[in-house]
Design a protein around this ligand. Structure first.
Ligand SMILES: Cc1cc2nc3c(=O)[nH]c(=O)nc-3n(C[C@H](O)[C@H](O)[C@H](O)COP(=O)(O)O)c2cc1C
Length: 359
């Protein structure tokens, strides 16, 4: 574990340096502070260093005893890269730290620019770190994604890969799934779909939640189109009563999974940022501050009996242990991977110690 601890220390040092120096040059140029520029620089650095040092610096073995199954999908670790990145090279970088599977960023039918920048900022709320993003689902569109997958490691992956689907209308969700089914028909990797019905950063992102009956219509059409496992991503902003009704509706269909949850909609000022820190004045909060709500949602929904992926605020071994104790099978991570991916081998190690103790 010394390699993970030392690696994490260096990673965080380099990340802090990159943030500080980028913000300084943005201030000098009188530009608004924009964390996305740091992400772009970080991605370029990762791709370059990965070419030469990947096995030594960024590759960790997953202990044998910690795998879990959801239907016929086998995840060698319960940790899953949550949907937030569509560059598969960077998703692959995180997978190498010991993630059991990964979900690619939500795709919609056509390429999208997303919201104007700035649309990503760091936040610190009551001592808890996190991010505020108002990305608005930028992406290459479904054909771009299929092309990207066909040419990359994803097409040869042995670990399950989630394809997160979004849509402005129910028809768009169906059309994206139709296109993925036909475009990837001859590409064999274990996969599942995730229906993103909870994005707070697009105008139409949550209409499925707020229009009664539409959710069942969506599920019915999805089930007619694919026999793959389908995960539905709920929002921490949904009231508990609505979560229960939707989860019970899902019981009518085969091979369903619940993912709790997405980011939480906040105004910039609510998280201590200037009103214009994002171009929309708000965004989805992610990070440690979501953890209590994630645990609450898992406890609420686990008695229903569908497999649950818990996503939101997970960064420490004790988060993972508590969520598994309350009924989660898989654990999705986004912000903690950006902040320090070396936490992954540490969590996997802790899980393996626990599983040995239980033998
Ligand atoms: C920059 C960014 C982009 C995201 N994009 C998506 C997305 O495309 N689809 C989606 O379902 N969730 C998206 N999310 C939400 C994450 O998948 C996750 O649910 C959320 O960040 C909570 O987990 P965390 O606290 O581990 O970050 C995004 C999150 C961030 C920070």
């Amino acid at each position: 574990m010394w390699r993970a601890k030392l690696g994490g220390w260096f990673y965080q040092l380099i990340r802090a340096f990159m943030i500080r120096s980028t913000f300084k040059s943005q201030q000098r140029a009188m530009l608004p502070l924009d964390l996305e520029e740091v992400v772009e620089k970080g991605d370029r650095l990762i791709k370059t260093v990965q070419l030469f040092f990947s096995p030594v610096l960024f590759s960790f073995r997953i202990p044998k005893s910690i795998g879990v199954s959801v239907y016929d999908l086998y995840f060698p670790s319960p940790l899953v890269v949550a949907a937030f990145k569509d560059d598969v090279q960077i998703v692959g970088f995180w997978m190498n730290f010991g993630m059991g599977g990964g979900i690619l960023k939500t795709v919609m039918m056509n390429p999208r620019e997303g919201n104007p920048r700035p649309r990503l900022q760091s936040v610190e709320m009551q001592g808890m770190r996190g991010l505020l993003n108002a990305m608005g689902l930028p992406g290459k569109g479904v054909d771009g994604l299929i092309n990207h997958i066909q040419k990359s490691w994803v097409s040869r992956s042995k670990r399950p890969i989630g394809l997160s689907v979004g849509g402005g209308t129910v028809d768009e969700y169906w059309a994206v799934i139709d296109r993925l089914e036909s475009g990837l028909a001859h590409v064999n990797f274990p996969r599942f779909y995730e229906l993103n019905i909870s994005c707070p950063n697009t105008e139409e992102g949550q209409h499925l939640i707020h229009t009664p009956g539409l959710f069942q219509t969506l599920l019915e059409g999805v089930r007619q189109r694919t026999s793959a496992v389908v995960s539905v991503k709920f929002s921490p902003d949904q009231p508990n009563s609505q979560l229960l009704v939707m989860a019970e509706n899902m019981m009518a269909y085969d091979r369903m999974m619940i993912n709790v949850g997405n980011t939480r909609l906040c105004k910039c000022v609510d998280v201590g940022l200037a009103t214009n820190a994002t171009s929309t004045g708000e965004g989805g909060y992610s990070g440690e501050g979501l953890f209590n709500r994630t645990l609450e949602m898992v406890s609420l929904l686990s008695p229903i009996g569908l497999p649950i992926m818990a996503t939101g605020g997970i960064s420490q071994p004790h988060h993972v242990e508590a969520l598994i104790d309350h009924g989660a099978t898989l654990l999705g991570m986004a912000t903690a991977l950006i902040e320090n991916p070396y936490g992954v081998p540490i969590i996997n190690h802790r899980l393996s110690l626990q599983s040995k103790r239980m033998l």
